[in-house]
Design a protein around this ligand. Structure first.
Ligand code: PEP
Ligand code: MN
Length: 280
């Protein structure tokens, strides 16, 4: 085994990693649903969303307080105030919180509030940030860089693991291609590939992957059919008024409807027993 390819590899650890976030287990065989707005905007917005997604069956709440925006003039997130609002939403719903950290200097602050730290696509190659989240205890959700190969993706996970944090969940969020009908190209084939070469869990984000609300349900079901350990979906009570990613958020009702379909798919899948999908 190459030295550069160690802790993240299936050879190093043949059994699947299961990451626990409180009473939620990612990688256990039962898919996990992470839902919430792109960004935390106000107490009302995050609490209303949290209550609705919890009721619909989500397991964890997402919401950005520190937002990586393409334009420096766009809404950058509420920062520390956003973290407090997320904590308030957790208090009211019991849902664990997943939120992004952008700056290595903010890792201690974000880790104080979050149950899982998200590393965004733009930061998958930010090695000082990867090392910083590797040196703290909270689980990490590592999103795939928008042009990252499987090897680069797994090596970024390796940075976190090598610092001593074994709780890494990967997230496919679409890669740059030439699609003129979706925001990105959701590369679902990386799901079985990750399962083949690594023991780390992998979830799929069809919201950034497609950028189109009407494609989120089919691609969520496809992700689960491919063996993903969960999905992460953007949900907003009033998508047209969202301060970021307004075009891709599901309404609370759309999310609720999608969750019904996901539940029936999972029931159908369970009826197949363990033989439904063997990892490559
Ligand atoms: C997000 O999930 O809020 C986000 C910014 O996504 P990505 O890093 O995949 O663009
Ligand atoms: Mn977003």
């Amino acid at each position: 085994m190459k030295e550069s390819w160690k802790y993240a590899s299936r050879q190093y650890q043949p059994e699947d990693t299961v990451v626990s976030i409180g009473s939620v287990f990612i990688g256990s065989g039962e898919p996990v649903v992470i839902a919430g707005p792109c960004a935390v905007e106000s107490a009302e917005q995050i609490v209303e969303t949290a209550l609705a997604v919890k009721e619909a069956g989500a397991h964890l709440l997402r919401g950005g307080a520190f937002k990586p925006r393409t334009s420096p003039y766009d809404f950058q997130g509420l920062g520390a105030k956003g973290l407090e609002l997320l904590a308030q939403a957790r208090e009211m719903t019991g849902l664990g919180i997943v939120t992004e950290v952008l700056d290595p200097a903010d890792v201690p602050l974000v880790a104080e509030y979050a149950d899982m730290l998200q590393i965004g696509s733009r930061n998958m190659y930010n090695y000082p940030l990867l090392r910083a989240v590797g040196r703290q205890d909270k689980p990490v959700l590592l999103k795939r860089g928008m042009s990252a190969t499987l090897y680069e993706f797994l090596m970024s996970a390796e940075y976190i693991l090598a610092e001593g944090n074994p709780n890494v969940v990967l997230c496919e969020r679409g890669i740059r291609g030439f699609s003129d009908f979706t925001r990105n190209t959701l590369d679902l084939s990386i799901v079985p590939a990750v399962k083949q070469y690594s023991h780390l869990p992998i979830i799929v984000d069809p919201s950034h992957g497609t950028g189109r609300p009407e494609y989120i349900e089919p691609m969520s079901l496809a992700a689960l059919a491919a063996g993903a350990d969960g999905i992460m979906v953007e949900v907003h009570p009033r998508p047209h008024r969202a301060l970021s990613d307004a075009d891709q958020a599901l309404t609370l009702t759309q999310f609720q409807e999608m969750m019904k379909k996901i539940r029936s798919f999972l029931e159908w899948r369970r009826s197949y027993g363990h033989s439904y999908l063997e990892h490559p």
